[in-house]
Design a protein around this ligand. Structure first.
Ligand code: GLU
Length: 444
């Protein structure tokens, strides 16, 4: 049995009931075969694949809080510190009822390679809780965040582990988490990113994931002799990633015709009205059913359906496994040119395979959505310097990081004979740096 197959088998046996984690490990290890085969003896002797699939530390804890009716509620908190090979653990906190150890481990595992691809000195980690922020009052959100941090603060710090946002965690939650850390720990430090601009946040961090996604798509198109202007784009999601992906796509002259939330989706053939979308989602925190009040000519459908709309480029920006094989078939039948993942692992394994087999350009999340964490790393460096950079400076840096990622994954794919296979390119380019750093640091 090959080293890759051996480690995949061991991972599944050792981590039962963790399908998302298995999916992420299989996807990465399978695509590393060319590089592992070329160095099998060295990697095996150093147990690199076993180490890379076993988190350095996994913390699971109880999070008690009191709701507005005076009822005590109990959630589970997680922080998986996956790899510190190239820097302090870095990665978001997700608050969503679907959160469990499998989800956090798949996200933490992906984060290791994504963070490596940014070229910045950040290791990989992820955390969160099965707390559902939907319908909660501000006071309940604060009570939950303070309780989560009352345990989490023991394990994090500006030079150890720097959490940030993810699904369900935006500026409001980061504010409450930061306040509680400062109060308990007694230090004002860059322990979280995605902070508000009045207390150490970076300009352009809010926009970064969505903007970064469009910067890498644009660079990919340019290198294939195409222009983004005039292209039709479908986007899923209506959170932070989707909103700023739509904004940058429109600035670059493309037309975005869809968005979605967990209840349904919008088709606006004239192009999404971004002002309306921001008001609904960022200001009023409402459902997408409201969109029709702003745009009577648009369509609202309940359930899933974004991928049935004809487009040149599809940008899944909602959540894991939201684009399945049937969706991939519909996209291909409609002549899609490229799919780029704004969310983490939104495309199922069989859908990815189908897209690649049908010559659709596919940019995986660990490359395509790396702009968020890259800008978090820029926020960390501003906090260390105790200086702030302008929006233009951060945005220019983000653009050049995303263009750099494109060229890196393109080069890695070509080096191993897989031109235009950016799944292989991203996994190899992300892995090589982490593996080298692990070998250099000895058996730890
Ligand atoms: N949650 C984001 C991601 O998946 C951002 C993480 C960060 O900024 O640390 O990469």
């Amino acid at each position: 049995m090959s080293y890759v197959d051996e480690v995949i088998e061991k991972t599944i046996l050792k981590n039962p009931n963790q399908p998302e984690f298995h999916q992420a490990v299989k996807e990465v290890l399978n695509s590393l075969r060319p590089v592992i085969d070329a160095h099998e003896e060295e990697y095996k002797r150093n147990a690199i694949l076993e180490r890379i699939t076993n988190p350095e530390r996994q913390i699971i804890f109880r999070v008690p809080w009191v709701d507005d009716k005076g009822q005590v509620q109990i959630n589970t908190g997680y922080r998986v510190q996956f790899s510190s090979a190239i820097g302090p653990y870095k990665g978001g906190l997700r608050l969503h009822p679907s959160v469990n150890l499998s989800i956090i481990k798949f996200l933490g595992f992906e984060q290791v390679f994504k963070n490596s691809l940014t070229g910045l000195p950040i290791g990989g980690g992820k955390g969160g809780s099965d707390f559902d922020p939907k319908g909660k009052s501000d006071r309940e959100i604060m009570a939950f965040c303070q309780s989560l941090m009352t345990e989490l603060y023991k394990y994090i710090g500006a030079d150890t582990d720097v959490p940030a946002g993810d699904i369900g965690v935006g500026a409001r939650e980061i504010g409450y988490l930061f306040g509680q850390y400062k109060r308990i720990h007694g230090t004002f430090e860059g322990v979280l990113t995605g902070k508000g601009l009045t207390y150490g946040g970076s300009l352009a961090r809010t926009e970064a994931t969505g903007y970064g996604l469009l910067y890498i798509v644009n660079e990919m198109l340019k290198n294939h002799g195409l222009l983004i202007a005039g292209k039709t784009i479908t986007v899923s999601g209506a959170g932070n990633v989707a909103i700023y992906a739509i904004e940058k796509a429109q600035q670059l002259g493309a037309k975005v015709v869809t968005c979605s939330d967990s209840n349904g989706w919008v088709y606006d053939p004239d192009g999404i009205d971004l002002k309306a979308l921001k008001e609904i989602k960022e200001v009023k925190r409402q459902r997408l059913t409201e969109y029709k009040n702003y745009r009577p000519a648009s369509e609202y459908h309940s359930g899933k359906g974004v991928w049935s709309i004809k487009c040149d480029i599809a940008l899944p920006c909602a959540t894991q496994n939201e684009l399945n094989l049937d969706d991939a078939k519909a996209l291909v039948a409609n002549g899609v040119y490229a799919v780029a993942e704004g969310a983490n692992m939104p495309t199922t394994a069989d859908a990815t395979e189908y897209l690649l087999a049908n010559k659709v350009i596919f940019l995986p999340g660990k490359a395509a959505n790396a702009g968020g964490v890259a800008t978090s790393a820029l926020e960390m460096s501003q906090n260390s310097e105790r200086l702030n950079r302008s929006f233009e400076e951060v945005d220019a840096k983000l653009k050049s990081i995303m263009e750099g990622i494109y060229h890196n994954i393109d080069k890695a794919a070509k080096k191993y004979g897989y031109e235009d296979n950016f799944v292989i390119g991203a996994n190899i380019a992300g892995f090589e740096k982490v593996a080298d750093a692990m070998i250099a640091q000895g058996v730890i």
